[in-house]
Design a protein. Structure first.
Length: 471
């Protein structure tokens, strides 16, 4: 690459769009998906349907989390069977625009899912939304469509739910499904693919990528199917991996100010060792065809997910299909861990600083705030760990005892946690945390709140709230 071109590319990647101010919350969970606001404005301790409400509007259903930039709030929704991206005025919640994403067939999702689960990403000039096989859409801040790209179809009965991420001039997309799993970078201006890497033994996962800068080199980090992996942002080269997390990953990792990476994930369950393909073939291959049909398998987790693991959909598992999923089951565990930067290749035994394996979060992501790693298990069990050592600070039950699909966020020394029942708990952002406030919104909630300009934006299944301290 010519020197002049490299300089131009470097300058382009460092340009900060004037609209993307310090108080922006530009993607799922805010800057680099960390869930932490660095603003100095005070935030209310108590928020609820009747407390510190700046505005409230009715909003079409969807699980995507609010994103805030340039005085606007962006969400996606499924409204009267239409997939829509919506721009709201951050000051009063007034709808500024909405755009419809066409589709051939509305994809199936989990019973608690939504076709509008992926959160948008914005650089302050453009807004990017993703609706599975409907595709990827780029709009101006005022809702003018700039480009779109049809994607999929994806082989996943629960749909595609990871959110897009912007890194300089690149738009990153991770797609982990039963087949065809891959990570790709697109040119954010045109939507054209810059690079794509296959992830051959990654199955259905829903984690969103994060950017980890190590020794001046930016990496794309993704959790999925028993592994955490780091790829070079410039070309997609796989740099390192850590094995031994859960089988189905919904959680997003976080990058700490201390330079380490933190992961907390449980999903798919831990299983005892499974028999080898040859062992089963010797005693269970009734029709002697050298493969294993569902009826020939003993009761086991592999049999329970037979259709998902039969990747060529021919009604049987061959040696490769069976042994790859057996390997995944052998590696899978529920765990929180800290990873030291700088490794190459398999760094499982060399760069994991500590791990912890009790009461791990299933769908919500961990939060690192003030040197403390927080994560909440379904049922409302909140755990705090000293990020440096992995030692437990406090583990106790919150007032909100539902499941947690929404991830915790932090600002102004407080942590806000929202259950699927709409139960809000506010705790102090410290190792020996204390519950400071609670509220009940009276309706389900799945989206992660956003913090911007001293305001908290919180979405329930039917409403959007803005909270702030009265001036």
């Amino acid at each position: 690459m010519p020197v002049a071109y490299r300089l131009v590319a470097l300058v382009a990647s460092l340009i900060v769009t004037p609209h993307l101010l310090a108080d922006s919350w530009p993607q799922f969970r805010g800057p680099n998906a960390a869930g932490v606001s660095r603003e100095e404005q005070p935030l209310p301790v108590e928020i609820g349907p009747e407390k510190n409400v700046v505005w409230k509007i009715a909003l079409a259903k969807g699980h995507s989390s609010p994103v805030v930039a340039a005085g606007r709030v962006f969400v996606t929704a499924l409204d009267d069977k239409q997939l829509v991206t919506i721009g709201l005025d951050a000051k009063d919640g007034r709808e500024l625009w909405r755009r419809v994403a066409p589709y051939d067939k509305l994809e199936s999702v989990h019973s608690v899912g939504s076709p509008a689960t992926s959160s948008v990403a914005t650089d302050g000039d453009r807004v990017y939304s993703f609706f599975g096989s409907s595709g990827l859409y780029c709009y101006s801040l005022d809702g003018e469509q700039i480009w779109s790209r049809r994607l999929g179809p994806f082989n996943n009965q629960f749909g595609a739910m990871s959110s897009p991420v912007l890194a300089g001039d690149k738009l990153l997309m991770i797609q982990d499904h039963d087949t065809g799993s891959h990570l790709e970078a697109r040119d954010k201006l045109s939507g054209e693919v810059l690079w794509r890497v296959e992830r051959p033994n990654m199955r259905r996962n829903y984690s969103t990528p994060v950017i980890w800068e190590v020794d001046g080199r930016r990496q794309v980090v993704v959790s999925g199917t028993a592994h955490v992996m780091g790829y070079d942002l410039e070309n997609g080269e796989l740099l390192w991996q850590v094995a031994g997390i859960c089988r189905v990953v919904s959680n997003t990792p976080v990058v700490g100010e201390d330079g380490r990476l933190y992961v907390a994930a449980t999903g798919g369950g831990e299983t005892p060792p499974q028999p080898s393909f040859d062992e089963l073939l010797a005693g269970k291959d009734a029709n002697k065809n050298g493969a294993l049909e569902a009826g020939e398998l003993p009761s086991s987790p592999i049999k329970g997910f037979f259709v998902q693991f039969d990747r060529d959909a021919n009604g049987s598992l061959d040696r490769e299909e069976y042994e790859t999923i057996r390997e995944i089951f052998s590696l899978s565990r529920s765990v929180a861990l800290a990873i030291r930067p700088g490794g190459r290749g398999d760094v499982t035994d060399t760069h994991v600083e500590w791990d912890y394996d009790r009461s791990i979060c299933r769908n919500s992501s961990p939060l690192l705030a003030g040197g403390v790693l927080f994560f909440v298990k379904d049922g409302g069990i909140l755990t705090s760990l000293d990020a440096k050592t992995g030692e437990v600070g406090r583990q106790a039950r919150l007032s909100g005892t539902g499941k947690y699909f929404s991830s915790p966020i932090s600002g102004d020394g407080k942590v806000y946690l929202l259950s699927d029942r709409g139960e809000l708990s506010v705790v102090s952002a410290e190792l020996d945390w204390k519950q400071l406030a609670e509220a009940d919104f009276g309706e389900d909630a799945y989206a992660t709140p956003a913090i911007s300009d001293g305001k908290i934006y919180l979405r329930t299944v039917e409403s959007m709230y803005c909270f702030g301290i009265a001036e």
